[in-house]
Write a new protein. Structure first.
Length: 79
């Protein structure tokens, strides 16, 4: 979804970089960085599990959120 939602913007950035730098390689590398990849999320979740023992630990210890904060986030994003 992220890639679909940002495709037009990323295409405009790609074309702008291509025109300014005359480098397809530079434009391709930037496009890659602006694209969401599954392995980025997988690596993030692995690190969250390793450091905080899971999402709950990350929310409370990592971000300092209380139970009310987490409840509100659940209300906003999971309903």
């Amino acid at each position: 979804r992220t890639n679909r939602a940002s495709r037009f913007k990323n295409t405009m950035i790609y074309l702008g970089v291509l025109l300014v730098t005359f480098s397809k390689r530079t434009a391709d590398e930037l496009d890659y960085l602006l694209t969401a990849h599954d392995f980025y999320l997988e690596a993030a979740f692995e690190e969250i599990d390793r450091v905080y023992g899971g999402t709950e630990g990350y929310l409370s210890k990592g971000l300092g959120l209380g139970e009310g904060d987490v409840a509100r986030l659940r209300e906003i994003y999971l309903t």
